[in-house]
Design a protein around this ligand. Structure first.
Ligand SMILES: CC(C)(CNC(=O)c1ccc(Oc2ccccc2)cc1)c1ccc2c(N)nc(N)nc2n1
Length: 326
């Protein structure tokens, strides 16, 4: 390996580490000036040696040209939707049905925040991000790889060489949403009605340079296709996803029974305005994967998971309701 290649690989490793600290762990470990100096040094070296550029290089976030159309993508495992629960009794019914099906007295659950964004699927081959898609109808989505590459908290490379597909929610933080609408107001453009629509509208842009400016973020919450999977529980999956370099939501909680789930749900009903992003409920999943396999799924949603929906917050000002249902 030449000195140049050594230098390029060293810069990539450093920048990938700094990116992980800044965008995934929200814990910057180097001054911006130092980060920019290293990035400029890598850009110059790659400009001088374009044959050494790889798709997972930190310089390759924003694609050059806009697409004409989004290609269709078939999901190898369905991206399931969730049945809803609207009150505590619905949660107790959910738990009773599961305990009866499994003939057990107690079931452990994982409770997670339900981010109000856009569901996406990310595929990695040989540790490199190769394709990203919208949920679509659950079986067929749209290829938005170019736009997802611009989401800084989506790693372009992970330390898992087996093929793996993960699912998560892309969202726009509340502050970014307010700033974007202020800018659009100045430019006399239509305003986005809420952060979810703004995120959907950003991911539907054919030009990745526009998506790159929208400060989108992601939380990964499930493993889809993964031959090498050896975890026994969903909570182990969440820990593993984080070790692989994915941004997972830190508020998830392992609950020993449905009573603990209900405490968690009730604790968040009044706390959601503390969060930097919108949530529209809590997702509750049976933790043991063997139980998930026994319970299986109905036509479109798992029997082992449910979404507790919060009542919609009253809308103070009704803005133009932009519909970018992706
Ligand atoms: C539970 C699941 C539907 C994801 N899970 C899947 O899509 C899924 C799909 C096939 C699976 O089974 C497989 C079958 C064959 C091979 C591999 C997996 C497992 C999970 C879901 C959906 C939306 C969520 C959301 N908005 N927020 C949070 N926090 N969690 C969420 N979780």
């Amino acid at each position: 390996m030449s000195q140049i290649e050594k230098k390029i690989n060293e810069l990539r490793k450093q920048l990938q580490h700094y990116n992980h600290q800044y965008y995934v762990l929200d814990n910057p470990s180097v001054p911006d000036a130092e980060y920019d100096r290293l990035m400029n040094e890598l850009i110059k070296l790659e400009e001088a040696h374009p044959e050494l550029i790889t798709p997972d290089s930190p310089t390759q976030r924003v694609g050059a040209k806009p697409l004409d159309v989004f290609e269709k993508v078939e999901h190898t495992t369905p991206m399931l939707s969730l049945a809803n629960a609207f009150d505590v009794q619905d949660l107790r019914d959910f738990d009773r049905r599961i305990r009866e099906s499994l003939s057990v007295d107690q079931v452990e659950y994982v409770a997670e925040l339900k981010i109000d964004g856009l569901a996406v699927s990310l595929r990695y081959q040989d540790g490199v991000f190769v394709q990203g898609a919208t949920r679509g109808d659950g079986s067929v989505g749209e290829d938005i790889t170019q736009n997802l590459r611009t989401v800084r908290s989506i790693p372009l490379a992970i330390n898992e060489t087996n093929p793996i597909e993960v699912r998560g929610e892309v969202f726009m933080p509340k502050q970014s949403f307010l700033k974007l609408n202020e800018k659009r107001q100045e430019q006399e453009l239509d305003l986005f009605a809420n952060p979810r629509n703004a995120a959907a509208g950003s991911l539907r842009q054919l030009d990745p340079k526009i998506a790159a400016e929208r400060n989108l973020d992601v939380f990964i919450y499930a493993v889809g296709e993964w031959q090498a999977g050896t975890s026994a529980t969903h909570s182990e999956h969440l820990q593993y996803l984080s070790e692989l370099g994915f941004k997972t939501n830190p508020e998830w909680k392992k609950c020993d029974n449905i009573d603990e789930v209900i405490q968690y749900v009730e604790s968040w009903i009044d706390r959601r305005n503390e969060l930097a992003y919108d949530i529209d409920g809590i997702v509750i999943k049976v933790d043991r994967l063997e139980y998930q396999d026994i319970l299986k799924t109905t036509a479109k949603s798992p029997r082992w998971a449910i979404a507790y929906k919060f009542p919609a917050e009253e809308v103070v000002t009704k803005l133009i309701d932009v519909d970018f249902s992706v």
